[in-house]
Design a protein around this ligand. Structure first.
Ligand code: SF4
Length: 366
């Protein structure tokens, strides 16, 4: 057990935990001899590939990457709508990962090279500054992400309202993690035995949403951070539960994740947003898995403001991102991987994002 905050850098502890994982893997009951753990967070996916965590595990334990990359699960139709807006003279403000994501026909990066006014923001407040400095232009912020990103974006709206900024709107494609766990667990083609729950998302939502999930499905859930030792520690926690025939929410990131989560962030989300049945790229509609602006904030809602609607896109049919995001195949099993699809010529979003599984495999897995 890690006692100190800097223990996650300790090689001796890594060796000890890995030995324990191997011992626990040998003790797994026959029905769970081949055991799968899905990491639901893109940062976990990247760290697992980068630090060779898979190679440290016994053969009967497999790590499956889930839909935890926000860029990857954003529909192609959303990109198409942003492209259309930019071609109609609207200023687009976005996080950098979105720039090279292919929509149905093109990407925002290509539009920018053709002269569209598209800005990369490192913080939502940059979009606010952009709107303030250009009062004669309409600025649309591409508001995508999981629970982690949502609250800061609602703080952006709060500030825009308090400053009476009228030329800024947000196009939302927010996604929620707990409904995705539910959908993955209910998929008969997918066998997920346990979940390594995300760190930052859990810092916002706390332990409770997972507790409801575990109570219903009796699937072990462990909250872990992104350092390699944290991930090993999380895997150890999952196997301990299985060996002792238990299933509960084990918070192994207590140095950040509180049981109740971040109530200030939750307040911001409740104030501005309501749940809806959101479409996930390559996966489809998941009930109540998205958040959209309440009607009373229509003036900040891009779709309402410009009377447009995000329609389903037509991503490249050869791209297997959907199967990658559901953990059905490894990126290397996609026929395009490393051939026609690479980070310089991405065919799908999983090869673009710094949290995408295909990008992680391309960079770190030989
Ligand atoms: S390798 Fe490329 S084409 Fe294949 S699933 Fe990944 S992003 Fe899509």
């Amino acid at each position: 057990m890690m006692k100190y905050i800097d223990d996650y850098k300790n090689p001796g502890a890594a060796r000890k935990i890995t030995e324990n994982i191997n011992t626990l893997a040998e003790k797994l009951p026959a029905a769970k001899r081949n055991f799968s753990i899905m990491e639901v967070c893109g940062s976990h996916t990247m760290a697992i590939a980068r630090y060779g965590i898979r190679e440290l595990l016994p053969e009967n334990i497999s790590l499956i990457s889930g839909p935890g990359c926000p860029v990857c699960v954003t529909d192609a139709g959303y990109i198409d709508t942003a492209v259309e807006l930019s071609r109609n003279g609207i200023t687009i403000a976005t996080f950098g990962d979105m720039i090279n994501v292919p929509g149905s026909d093109t990407s925002l990066g290509k539009c920018r090279s053709e002269g569209a006014d598209i800005h990369i923001c490192y913080s939502p407040l940059s979009a606010l500054e952009l709107a303030e400095k250009n009062p004669d232009r309409e600025v649309v912020f591409l508001a995508i992400g999981f629970e982690t990103t949502i609250a800061p974006l609602m703080a952006l709206l709060e500030t825009a309202k308090s400053k009476n900024i009228k030329n800024l709107s947000i196009m939302t494609a927010f996604k929620l993690v707990p409904p995705a766990l539910e959908a993955l667990t209910s998929d008969p083609e997918l066998k997920v035995d346990s979940f390594l729950c995300p760190a930052h998302v859990s810092a916002i939502i706390g332990e409770r949403p997972y507790q409801l999930f575990v109570k219903k499905h009796k699937i072990p859930c462990v909250i872990a951070s992104f350092e390699p030792l944290d991930i090993l520690y999380g895997i150890e926690g999952i196997l301990e539960q299985v060996v002792s025939n238990k299933a509960f929410v084990d918070n192994r990131y207590k140095r950040v994740v509180k049981q109740e989560g971040n109530t200030t962030a939750q307040h911001f989300m409740d104030k501005y947003l309501v749940p809806y049945d959101a479409s996930w790229r390559g996966i489809g509609i998941i009930p109540r898995s998205g958040l959209k602006l309440k009607n009373e904030f229509d003036e900040y809602n891009t779709e309402k403001r410009f009377n447009i609607e995000v329609k389903p896109g037509k991503p490249n049919p050869a791209c297997r991102c959907g199967d990658v995001l559901k953990g059905k195949i490894k990126p290397s099993e996609c026929p395009l991987f490393r051939r026609t699809c690479n980070p310089f010529h991405p065919v799908g979003p999983c090869m673009v994002s710094s949290e995408g599984s295909c990008a992680a495999f391309f960079k770190y897995v030989k």
